[in-house]
Each structure stands twice: as structure tokens, then as C-alpha cells.
Design a protein around this ligand. Structure first.
Ligand code: MV4
Length: 505
């Protein structure tokens, strides 16, 4: 049985911090890696040791398999945790880690490969009795071969890349006349995105919900499901808000989906934490969509309603220990919601934004969890994912969780870079969202209206922003005593305005 005393965390930002914290609770030392622009990042200081791995572009640092394995060996690690993104679902990385005699804190490379090939996954899961979306279980060679299959399924159909996922290489075909052009487009997009142009067909499901089941598997043959997450609130295949449980899932449906999910994990010899994504139709049928063979961004909502630390369970499984999850944990308790606070400007088509975090007031109090990766002084660049932090709340009921999220979103102050914060607040206030009346088309349908109604940050809470800027100016003055004092000088117009505003209340 491998003992993990020290592991390499092959990631950055909030998830590196999250994993380092779990390591420390498990009595494991964590080695961080950092690119040139991350030298001062919070995850570097949180780790027991940190090693530079090269320039900012991920291809030269966080994606460099040889370098990462080398660092793990040089620093005496017994294992590597990939986090999510970067190398998390690259089978060659899992292979390289294992070949170096290290433990990969993730599933076997064979499971990553099986699920990475969408048609192979469909064949395996169909054989295991898991409902898959009606469609082909092999790639179709050309539009001529696709035509009879599409007719059999009935239009509309979707062309999807076998190497796909995340919506790339996907084309909707409304009628036979569009099939040839769509096939050519899907193939070329898939070729460009994945270096593999193979595509297959699925019946197009209208307005489904995206509901996924978290699973954990250990090397003693135990596979457990930790219920579902509702992930329908997405924009261009990026999730913005997730919650657990889903309002669309009854206890009976949860049992059936959980059975399908554990069967799916079993069918590929899965180990550790993974997620089975399903599409759930308005009439209550569910179909396997794909499996994420990694820890997911939204894992905290499951942690809060199931009282399980998924990252610690991953570490236990990797060390050859049995899952610690007990039967009582398989029942959800209360409700959890997550908002992904990203450096994207909702008022500029969610364009990724850059800047330096000048001021940060992190929400807190009962039922509030902040999984963040930045602090004042942190630079947000375009080199990496725009996720700044995840704000997660728990409440005894969904209504309480919603109230708490609104409160926490109002408490959050982040100055220096545009974020998605106010858009999240507007969604929390939306009647349809409050009713749980959401599907994968929700944001596309109501997003623009919500945006118009959202309060631009500069028009909300002037005192809050003034206070933030004042605090920032004080710190700047303290850091640079030689510079002209910023606050102690003649009363600034900001300060005067703030006092006046404060006195009026
Ligand atoms: C679908 C679908 C409807 N029918 N497949 C989008 C990304 C990729 N993971 C699969 N996706 C979809 N596949 C069938 N047969 C609708 C989507 C889809 C979607 C799925 C989950 C969450 C958000 C989505 C947004 C648009 C389309």
C-alpha cells in the first residue's frame, strides 16, 4: 500500500489551495509549482515547498509533463494531484506519473482513455445498462453514412466529435438538407480542436437540464454516488452557477440516476472521484452525456450537502485506503449553491478581463464558503482560466441558501478587475431561477434581460467602494513610506463625500 507523505500539486489558483488544505488535514506535505507570473501567488505560500516551472504560457509550465514529473521526483514526492483543467484528463500524464513510480491522484489512465473517446464510452455504458442518448455508437464516415442514421433517429440531430466534450465540434442539424454542410463543419472543427476529425450522431434533446452525479470509488470494490448537482446555468458551455440537490430530481429519480452512475464508473474500472453527466428531459428521462474523469470545479456543493470532503477521499483512495464515506452520508442535507466569480466583464459580453486585485472583502459568516485563489496584489492575466474564486453557500432549505447567497454576494467587494459578481446577484433575484425553472437554454433566453436589469457595480454601494479605495490607499502608503502620503494629506474629496454620505443615514 503506497504511503503518501508528500505530493506534488500540479495546478494553480483556487484548486491548488483547496488541494493543499486537504493534504494538510491528511498529514501530507504539499509541493506547489509556479510559473513566472505566479511567484507570489497564494498557493505558493500555502505549500510546504514550491518550485518554479517556467514561463507564464501554460504550455511551457503547467502543461509540461516532463518538468512536472521531474519536480515530483526531485522533491521526494510519492504522488501527484492534477486538480482540474491543465493535465487532469490527459492519459499520457497519468501514464508518465505512474511510470515514474509515483501515485496519480486520479483514475487509472485506462479509465480516462475509455471515457475520453465518446463512442467507446457510449458502447461500454450501453453494455452496462446505462441509458445513453439515442444515436450511433461508432463514428460515421461521411454524410452519406450519416443520412440513414439521422433519418432513423429523426431530426433534429446533433453531430458530435468522438474526441469531444465541452461543445467543440458539435453541430445541430435541423433537417436533411443541412446534413452535408454540418458534417463538413463538425469534422473540420473537431480536427482543429482535437487533432481527430471523427464525428458521430445523437438525437437532439430539446431543453434538457444538465444534471450530474458525483461518484467515489476505492480499490476495495466500493463505488458510491453522492447525489446530483444541477448545472444547467451555463454560458457557452461554461458553468456559472451550480447547486445541490436539483429541484428536478426526486428521491426515486436520484436512486435511479445514482445506480446508473455507479454502473458507469464500474464499467471502466474507475477509481477516486469522478462525475457522470446526464441530460434530464422535461419529461423525466435521463441519458448519459459524458464522464468527467477528474475532481470538478463545482465539487463543493456536493461536499456541503453530503458532509464529505471529496479531496480527502481522493487522497485516501490514492493511498490504497478504503473510502471513509458511510451510509448516512449518502443522504443530502439542506441545499448548497455555488457562484463562480470570474474575471469576466458581464457588461462587455463576458470578455475575460485583466487587472490587479486592489481590494478584497471576502464574504463570511454562517453557511458561507469562499474557495479563492487571489488576494490584494494578485494580477489577473489572460494566461489562465478567468476563475477568481467560488462562492458557495449552504442553507437548511433552498430559500435560505438563496437568501444567504444574495447576502454573501452583497458582502463581497473586489476592486481592481471587472467580475461576474453583479450578474450572479441578478440571477439570484430572478423569479424563474427562484422557482428552479431552469434548463440548459436558460442563460441564452434570459441572460440579456438580466444584464440590462443588473446594477452596474459603480452605481451600487458607493460607500463600500470608497471604503475599499481608502483602505487600499492606506496600505499603499504603508508599503511605500517614501511616497507622498495618500490619505493623511488634505482631506480627499472621496473621504469628504463618504463622511457626508455616512452622516445622512
Ligand atoms: C446535447 C444537447 C442536446 N441533445 N446532446 C453541450 C456540450 C456537450 N457537453 C454536450 N452538450 C449538449 N449535448 C444532445 N443529444 C445539448 C447540449 C447542450 C448543453 C448540455 C449541457 C449543458 C449546457 C448545454 C448547452 C447547450 C447545449
Amino acid at each position: 500500500m503506497p504511503t503518501l507523505k508528500r505530493i506534488l500539486v500540479a495546478n494553480r489558483g483556487e484548486i491548488a489551495l483547496r488541494i493543499i488544505r486537504a493534504c494538510h488535514e491528511e498529514g501530507i506535505e504539499a509541493v506547489a509549482v509556479y510559473s513566472d507570473v505566479d511567484q507570489l501567488a497564494p498557493h505558493v505560500r500555502a505549500a510546504d515547498l514550491a518550485v518554479p516551472i517556467g514561463p507564464a504560457p501554460a504550455a511551457e509550465s503547467y502543461l509540461n509533463i516532463t518538468k512536472l514529473v521531474g519536480v515530483a521526483l526531485d522533491t521526494g514526492c510519492q504522488g501527484v494531484h492534477p486538480g482540474y483543467g491543465f493535465l487532469a484528463e490527459r492519459a499520457p500524464f497519468a501514464d508518465a506519473v505512474t511510470a515514474a513510480g509515483l501515485v496519480f491522484v486520479g483514475p487509472p489512465a485506462a479509465a480516462i482513455r475509455a471515457m475520453g473517446d465518446k463512442t467507446e464510452a457510449r458502447r461500454r455504458l450501453q453494455a452496462a445498462g446505462v441509458p445513453i442518448v439515442p444515436g450511433t455508437t461508432r463514428a460515421v464516415a461521411d454524410h452519406a453514412q450519416a443520412r440513414p442514421e439521422a433519418t432513423r433517429l429523426g431530426y433534429p440531430v446533433l453531430l458530435k466529435a468522438t474526441a469531444g466534450g465541452g461543445g467543440k465540434g458539435m453541430r445541430l442539424v435541423q433537417e436533411e438538407g443541412e446534413l452535408e454542410a454540418a458534417f463538413v463543419a463538425a469534422r473540420s472543427e473537431a480536427e482543429k480542436a482535437f487533432g481527430a476529425g471523427e464525428v458521430y450522431l445523437e438525437k437532439y434533446l430539446e431543453r434538457p437540464r444538465h444534471v450530474e452525479i458525483q461518484v467515489l470509488a476505492d480499490s476495495y470494490g466500493r463505488v458510491v454516488a453522492l447525489g446530483e448537482r444541477e448545472c444547467s446555468i451555463q454560458r457557452r458551455h461554461q458553468k456559472l452557477i451550480e447547486e445541490a440537490p436539483s429541484l428536478a430530481v426526486t428521491p426515486a429519480l436520484r436512486r435511479r440516476m445514482s445506480e446508473a452512475a455507479t454502473a458507469a464508473a464500474g464499467a471502466v474500472g474507475y477509481l477516486g472521484a469522478g462525475t457522470i453527466e446526464f441530460l434530464l428531459t422535461p419529461t423525466g428521462e435521463f441519458y448519459f452525456l459524458e464522464m468527467n474523469t477528474r475532481l470538478q470545479v463545482e465539487h463543493p456543493v456536493t461536499e456541503l450537502v453530503y458532509g464529505v470532503d471529496i479531496v480527502r477521499e481522493q487522497l485516501r483512495v490514492a493511498a490504497g485506503q478504503p473510502l471513509r464515506v458511510h451510509a448516512g452520508a449518502l443522504q443530502p442535507r439542506g441545499h448548497a449553491i455555488e457562484c463562480r466569480i470570474t474575471a469576466e466583464d458581464p457588461f462587455n459580453d463576458f470578455l475575460p478581463a485583466t487587472g490587479t486585485v486592489r481590494y478584497l472583502r471576502v464574504p463570511g459568516g454562517p453557511g458561507v464558503r469562499w474557495d479563492g485563489g487571489v488576494e490584494p496584489g494578485s494580477e489577473i492575466t489572460l494566461y489562465y482560466d478567468p476563475l477568481i474564486a467560488k462562492l458557495i453557500v449552504w442553507g437548511e432549505t433552498r430559500t435560505i441558501a438563496l437568501e444567504r447567497m444574495r447576502r454573501a454576494l452583497r458582502e463581497l467587494i473586489l476592486v481592481g478587475v471587472p467580475t461576474s459578481q453583479v450578474f450572479h446577484l441578478r440571477v439570484m433575484e430572478d423569479a424563474a431561477f427562484q422557482r428552479g425553472d431552469v434548463d440548459t437554454t436558460y442563460l441564452e433566453r434570459v441572460g440579456p434581460r438580466l444584464l440590462e436589469e443588473a446594477v452596474r457595480p459603480e452605481r451600487r454601494g458607493p460607500l463600500a467602494v470608497v471604503a475599499a479605495l481608502l483602505a487600499d490607499a492606506r496600505r499603499a502608503a504603508a508599503r511605500a513610506p517614501a511616497a507622498a502620503p495618500v490619505v493623511a494629506a488634505a482631506p480627499s474629496p472621496w473621504l469628504v463625500a463618504a463622511r457626508r454620505e455616512g452622516l445622512r443615514r
